[in-house]
Design a binder for this molecule. Structure first.
Ligand SMILES: C[S@@+](CC[C@H](N)C(=O)[O-])C[C@H]1O[C@@H](n2cnc3c(N)ncnc32)[C@H](O)[C@@H]1O
Length: 353
C-alpha cells in the first residue's frame, strides 16, 4: 500500500506481515477463525494510538467488512479482494488510477456538479489573468485522462494554468497562446514553479485556428498528445486583444463557431484515438436572450469525430461579491424573468477509435 505517513507503523501495515495474516484468513476453516485474525489486525491498527493514516483507514474498513461477512465463502471473497488490492495494480490505458485501490482516490471527482468556493492559489497560481480557469479543472482532467509522462496540449494557454498543473503532476505540456506578451508572462510563471518530475513544457505564440500542431511536437520527438484542453474566449464576453485572429473578435456567433471547428479539426490530427478532449466554456446573455454558447460549441466538437462522454457543470460560489451589486442583479432577474448564472461547462469528449 502506498503510505507516505512517517509515523511508526502498526505491524498490520507492514506488507509481508499483513499478507501472511491475510493468507491465514483466506485458508481459515471457519468464520470464527477469520474473525479472530481480522480482530487481531484491527486491534493492531487501533493500538497505534494516533489517527490512522489513509491506507490504515481503508484497511480497517475492509477488515470490518470481512469480520461482518455472514458466510465463510463471502469472508474469503473479501479477503481475496483485499490481498489483490495490496499486491496487484490494475489500471486502464488512460490514467494511473489503481482500480484495485479505487477507494483511496477520494481526491478524484466523479460527480458532474462542481460547486467551488475557492480557487487553488498555491504556488504560482494566481487569479490575476482575467478569464483564467480554476487550476482544479486541468488538475482533475489530467488525473482522470492521462498517465504520468504523457503529453497535454492546451490550445488557449492564457496564463499557463494547465502547464503549471502539468508540471506538478508529471505531464509534459505544450500551450498555444495568441498574444506574445501573455505567452511570455505564462512562461515566466511556469518557470517559477518547481518542476519535480522534470517534465518538458513550452508556450508557443500562435493562432490555434491555423497553427501546425505536429511541428510543435516534432522537436520533442513526439507525434501525438494524449489530452487536449481547450478553454477559448467565450466569444466576445471578454475582449482579450485587438487582434483579428482572437476568437473573442470573431465577426459573429457563426464565425466564432466555425473557428472553433477549425481548431478542433487541427487538434484532432495530433490527439491519439480513444483519448480525451476537454472543452471549458460558458454561455452568454444578449438582449434579453440566453445564448447557449456552451452547447453550440459542444456540437462543433461532436461533429468532428468525438463522442461526448460527460458534461460537468462548474459553479463558483463566492461570498466576496458586493452585496448591493448582488441585490441589483437579483432585482433585474426578477423583473426580466431570467435566472442569474455564473456556471460554466466542462465538456469531456473521447476521440473515436
Ligand atoms: C479563456 S482564456 C484561457 C485562460 C487559460 N485557461 C488560463 O487559465 O489562463 C482564452 C485565451 O485564448 C487566447 N486566444 C484567443 N484567440 C486565440 C487563438 N486564435 N489562438 C490561440 N489563442 C487564442 C486569448 O488571448 C486568451 O489568453
Amino acid at each position: 500500500m502506498d503510505d507516505t505517513d512517517e509515523r511508526e507503523q502498526p505491524p498490520a501495515l507492514n506488507l509481508p506481515y499483513l499478507l501472511d495474516m491475510l493468507d491465514q484468513m483466506r485458508s481459515a476453516g471457519s468464520l470464527e477463525e477469520v474473525r479472530h485474525f481480522a480482530a487481531l489486525l484491527q486491534e493492531q491498527l487501533a493500538a497505534s494510538g494516533s489517527t490512522p493514516s489513509a491506507s490504515g483507514l481503508l484497511l480497517l474498513n475492509d477488515l470490518t467488512q470481512i469480520a461482518e461477512a455472514r458466510t465463510l465463502e463471502r469472508a474469503c471473497y473479501y479477503t481475496e479482494r483485499l490481498i489483490r488490492s495490496v499486491t496487484e495494480v490494475k489500471t486502464t490505458p488512460i490514467n494511473d488510477i489503481n482500480l484495485n485501490q479505487w477507494k483511496a482516490y477520494d481526491h478524484i471527482w466523479t460527480d458532474s456538479l462542481w460547486v467551488m468556493d475557492r480557487r487553488d492559489s498555491s504556488g504560482v497560481h494566481a487569479a490575476d489573468y482575467w478569464g483564467n480557469f480554476v487550476p482544479q479543472i486541468p488538475h482533475q482532467m489530467m488525473l482522470r485522462y492521462t498517465k504520468r509522462g504523457e503529453w497535454v496540449l492546451d490550445t488557449f494557454a492564457g496564463s499557463g494554468t494547465t502547464l503549471i498543473e502539468g508540471q506538478r503532476l508529471g505531464r509534459h505540456t505544450i500551450g498555444v497562446e495568441l498574444q506574445a506578451e501573455v505567452a511570455e508572462q505564462a512562461r515566466q510563471r511556469v518557470a517559477a514553479e518547481p518542476n519535480p518530475h522534470g517534465v518538458v513544457w513550452d508556450v508557443v505564440v500562435g493562432d490555434s485556428t491555423t497553427v501546425d500542431f505536429p511541428s510543435l511536437l516534432r522537436p520533442y520527438g513526439q507525434q501525438s498528445v494524449q489530452l487536449v484542453v481547450m478553454h477559448p474566449p467565450y466569444f466576445d464576453i471578454i475582449k482579450f486583444s485587438a487582434d483579428g485572429r482572437d476568437l473573442a473578435n470573431a465577426r459573429s456567433l457563426d464565425d466564432f463557431l466555425a473557428k472553433m471547428g477549425m481548431v478542433v479539426e487541427r487538434v484532432a490530427t495530433v490527439l491519439d484515438r480513444g483519448r480525451y478532449l476537454v472543452l471549458v466554456i460558458g454561455d452568454k446573455y444578449v438582449e434579453g436572450e440566453w445564448v447557449p454558447l456552451g452547447f453550440l460549441t459542444m456540437q462543433e466538437v461532436q461533429r468532428r469525430g468525438f463522442a461526448l462522454k460527460s458534461i460537468v457543470v462548474k459553479n463558483f460560489d463566492t461570498t466576496t461579491a458586493k452585496r448591493t451589486q448582488k441585490e441589483l442583479w437579483r432585482y433585474r432577474a426578477l423583473v426580466g424573468g431570467f435566472y442569474l448564472f455564473k456556471h460554466e461547462y466542462v465538456f469531456i469528449f473521447r476521440k473515436r477509435l
